[in-house]
Structures are given as C-alpha cells and as structure tokens.
Write a new protein. Structure first.
Length: 116
C-alpha cells in the first residue's frame, strides 16, 4: 500500500532542525512554539509570563511529544526556516507579532497563509 502525503499547514521551507530534550510535565503538539529553559537547557511551551528563559520563542515542535511523566530526549525541533502562522500553537500571553519578532532573531520566519 502506498503512503499518501497530506500537507500539514505548518512548513513552508525547513532550513535547520535539531534534537532537544522536552522537560517533564509537558504535552507538546506538532507546531507548538517552544522556549529553552536557561538553567536546564530543556525545552517547554513558551509562555510570555515565564521568567526562566523559556518566555523567548526559540524553536517549533516537529511532532507531538508526550513528556507529561518523564522528560523526552532526542526530540526533533525546527530551528530555522519558513512556517505558516496558522500551523503554530502559540503559548499563553504571546501574540502572532511577539512570536514573529522573537523568531526573526533565530532565523525562523512565520507568514500568514495565502488562500486562493
């Protein structure tokens, strides 16, 4: 049986990926905006009210990750490229504009989907 490709409304062009650790207590969805905790180096959902470094959007989750009971290592994230705003899951307190601005600093560009 052939595999059928289904577009995901997230990726326009990938330039860079990385493998990271998702902190315990997180249930991440594909396309979620992630921040990096300064002290541990682990990644969590980026919330604007955080004060541990993760308030700064830094990466985008490649896939769903269930780390609710245990940290997950070698998790794929996008760290460079172009992505559609509609495919992102943005954490509490962030706006499209705040995420766009932070991502520009690390080589991630987000754009509004063009519908025809």
């Amino acid at each position: 049986m052939a595999t059928i490709y289904t577009p995901d409304n997230l990726v326009i062009e990938v330039e860079n990926t990385d493998s990271v650790t998702i902190a315990s207590g997180q249930n991440i969805v594909k396309g979620e905006v992630l921040g990096k905790v300064t002290l541990s180096g682990e990644y969590v959902s980026s919330l604007s009210s955080s004060t541990d470094g993760s308030e700064v959007p830094y990466a985008i989750a490649v896939d769903d990750v269930d780390a609710t009971s245990l940290a997950k290592t070698n998790v794929g994230v996008y760290i460079g490229g172009e992505f559609q705003i509609d495919g992102l899951t943005i954490g509490t307190g962030h706006t499209v504009d705040s995420v766009k601005e932070a991502f520009r600093q690390v080589g991630i560009y987000v754009k509004q989907s063009v519908k025809g």
